[in-house]
Design a protein around this ligand. Structure first.
Ligand SMILES: Nc1ncnc2c1ncn2[C@@H]1O[C@H](COP(=O)(O)OP(=O)(O)OP(=O)(O)O)[C@@H](O)[C@H]1O
Ligand SMILES: [Mg+2]
Length: 282
């Protein structure tokens, strides 16, 4: 697994007049957010236990670079991000996290699922992942699911969330996926009923964390239509592919709508001595 470095973007450092650096902890922006309704940790609601289940073999996860179902060196970088994100979200009373990137193929879905499986190793937490990249849904394929769910149908009230959400067997993790792309994705994400759907998930299943996989910001207006509905957002950039200017622009646009937790630099090719430490400890 290549290095995945959690960092505040150099652009932000430059904007704030600091020396650009790497590996800074993700930080909550100063803009106040509106926490979503509190969810109770503890005994799972009956609706959670009643969800249909999917089985996802470890070899399927490994094939798609999802490595956090098993603790170890490969999972460590994601576990660090998980813990930082959790600490910041808990401190603010936030429950909804979105993941996006400026351009396509930066690793959003990979990050989203690795965070989710990392969180699922903490059995006291309930996590719901919602795929809202409706232009190019990929989770069903990535996880090799046979569910043929279409979560987008719930966004305008046309379907019940329970019919498009499945628990991963043995874990406190549920995933809402989409079998096919939809044309009116921005309209669905913008509609007030999208908020109703998220609130319904929180009411019924009381997740500690709701993670939303979004499309890239530069591809249409989906992210801007939806960003206000989450408490915070994590930006994924791809080393060698995403420019600092793109990260800067993306961060500024998002910061006007929600709280930017930080930028994760993915697809780095080299490890420094701290990142490679774990490789020697197992
Ligand atoms: N750290 C990494 N090293 C090598 N390949 C990676 C890494 N992270 C992701 N990939 C690969 O890059 C491709 C894109 O990843 P992913 O689908 O997670 O990106 P995405 O940002 O969600 O893309 P999209 O914009 O299409 O939704 C996948 O083939 C994935 O396996
Ligand atoms: Mg994706």
């Amino acid at each position: 697994m290549e290095r995945i470095q959690s960092a505040i973007s150099k652009a932000r450092a430059a904007r704030e007049g600091k020396v650009p650096g790497t590996a800074a902890a993700p930080q909550a922006a100063t803009q106040p957010g509106s926490p979503s309704p509190a969810a109770a940790t503890g005994t799972a609601p009956a609706a959670w236990d009643a969800l249909s289940e999917v089985v996802i073999p470890s070899k399927v996860l490994a094939k798609h670079r999802i490595v956090t179902n098993i603790p170890g060196p490969a999972a460590t970088a994601f576990d660090v991000i998980r813990t930082r994100v959790l600490q910041q979200m808990r401190a603010q009373g936030w429950k909804r996290l979105a993941i996006t990137s400026p351009d396509p193929a930066c690793g959003k879905t990979m990050m989203c699922l690795n965070l989710a499986f990392s969180l699922a190793r903490q059995p006291e937490l309930r996590t719901v992942v919602v795929e809202l990249d409706l232009r190019r849904p990929s989770m069903e394929r990535t996880l090799e699911l046979q569910t043929r769910h279409q979560f987008s149908k719930t966004l305008d009230g046309g379907a019940d969330v329970a019919d498009h959400l499945a628990r991963v067997r043995g874990l406190n993790l549920a995933i809402a996926t989409n079998h096919a792309a939809v044309r009116n994705s921005a309209e669905l994400l913008h509609a007030p009923t999208a908020e109703t759907t998220l609130a319904e998930i929180e009411r019924r299943y009381a997740p500690d964390l709701l993670i939303v996989d979004l499309p890239p910001t530069q591809v249409g207006d989906d992210v801007m239509a939806f960003a206000r509905r989450v408490d915070c957002v994590l930006i994924v950039a791809a080393a060698g592919a995403t420019s600092i200017a793109e990260v800067d622009h993306c961060e500024r646009e998002l910061a006007a709508q929600t709280n930017v937790l930080g930028v994760v630099l993915n697809k780095c090719r080299y490890l420094d001595k701290h990142q490679s430490y774990d490789a020697y400890s197992y």
